[in-house]
Design a binder for this molecule. Sequence first.
Ligand code: UDP
Length: 254
Amino acid sequence: MKRRRVIYEGKAKTLYEGTEPGTLVQYFKDDATAGNGAKKDTIEGKGVLNNRISEYLMTQLAGIGVPTHFVRRLNMREQLIKEVEIIPLEVVVRNVAAGSMSKRLGIEEGTPLPRSIIEYYYKNDGLNDPWVSEEHITAFGWASPQDLDDIVNLTIRVNDFLSGLFLGAGIKLVDFKLEFGRLWENDYMRIVLADEISPDNCRLWDATTGNKLDKDRFRRDMGGVVEAYSEVARRLGIMPESVQGENKGPVLVQ
Ligand code: UDP
């Protein structure tokens, strides 16, 4: 038997070579890190939930015409994705002040922003993903002005759509991070949504109580991480077959 090739090993995901040309397999681990790897733990069941939640959100986005790298879910922890050239940016959208914005600008967490704000961070672990401007991005060629234009348009559509989708589930989409890639189809290139969309990279607050249903529970040692992620899946009307003890049998709510 041949062992499949690891293409990239990330903190929460591993990418393997795909089953078809131009594809990769994205495997969701249970590992959680915060502070650029300073804090580490394993949260049993997290990978299964993120695989399922990201599948659902990417599929819904594809339904409104947002191009994504997602092809199909393969099993509890893996999904088939199109191989793209990742643009080295973390694109953060904020609707409500929280996290690093609150710290940096002294705005109390939970303050609604006058309008949605997009920020860019240069994806570079060695540098701790520094905050950068459009000027840096185009000057250093990480993305062209045309790429950035596409990225902004897609990001605004994703934010509008997901804000509504989550609100319908009683959840406030406070902020989130997106990544984009270049997908080559013959001689043409398109910018597509890549990576994942899950409680690992979104801030999701209960719309009524303000209860945190996202990775801040891990970052801030609040406990109940899997319970919170399960609650998000439950409210979205999706639940993975089984979250803990993956062979306990199916509990499918759909
Ligand atoms: N985020 C992410 N990966 C990162 C940094 C941030 O997914 O490396 C997400 C995070 O979950 C939040 C949003 O981007 O939803 C904004 O994060 P922020 O800049 O406030 O940083 P943090 O407080 O998480 O360090």
